[in-house]
Structures are given as C-alpha cells and as structure tokens.
Design a protein around this ligand. Sequence first.
Ligand SMILES: [Zn+2]
Length: 165
Amino acid sequence: MTSPFDDLLAANAAFARDFTDVDFDGVAAAGVAMVTCMDSRIDPLGMIGLRPGDAKIFRNPGGRVTSAALTALVLGVHLLNVHRVLIVPHTRCAMTSADEATLHHLLTEASGIDSSWLSLGTIPDQDQALRADVHSVRSHPLIPDSVAVGGFLYDVDTGALRQVV
Ligand SMILES: [Zn+2]
C-alpha cells in the first residue's frame, strides 16, 4: 500500500538519521522574523544567509501582515528573541497579478465549485500594501520601537532583496 507521503517519509528517515540540531531551543538565534509569501520560489532563510534556528518565518499568500502574522510577531518579539522584522512580498506574485474576480474565475474553473464566498486577499497595489503592512507592525501596541521593521521586495528572477520602506 503506497501513500502520497511515502517519498517524503523516506526522505525524512534519512534526514532524521543525520539530524544534528539537538538541544535546539525555539528562539530566533539571529533575532530575525520574516513575513513572506507561500510562493515555492522563495527560500526565506537562504536569501538572507540564515539557517534553521536563526529566524521565525511566517508565510501566507502574498506575504501579508494579517492578524495571525501580528500575533506571531508579538510572540516572537517578547518571547523568542526577535528584534528585526522583515516584511517580504515578491515580484511576479499571483496575489498581485490577478484581481479577486479573475482568481475566483480560475478557482471555479479548476474546482468546479463556486469560490466567490471566500475572500482571497488579492493585492491591487503591492507597494501601498507593503507600506501599510510595515506601518501596522511599527504601530502595534505590543511591538516596541526598539524593534527594527523593514519592508522589502524579493525578486524571484534574480534572488535580490531590495528595501522599499
Ligand atoms: Zn506570492
């Protein structure tokens, strides 16, 4: 009996055999938290020279600062050593290239099910959204001014990260 997870569990067996990250604690060793998109082209740790143990990573479609992201950042800042926060949307993001109606059309075509009741959170103006997201972190009552918060754009074609705000 095969399962769709067999290859992944086999890979994990090898991973666990060579696992050396023992005595890890859950703090962000480099003091970093990143909010970024779920896009599979993005390697959040690799793009800034970090490795497991160094950073808190929060991902969602578009890399938006949602209320769940803010909760993660508050926990990170006060309990997990986070003192630098990067908000990282990216070029050629599906959440910015399609509007809500277009994405719903694609979803309904792919699934055969009406998805119009679901809010997708498409991003009409990526630059404006990034500025608003950075502001919502900086102005959060539970995130002190001592935390550095930056908004960056990641280029999926070059790997380059550029600070916007
Ligand atoms: Zn994206």
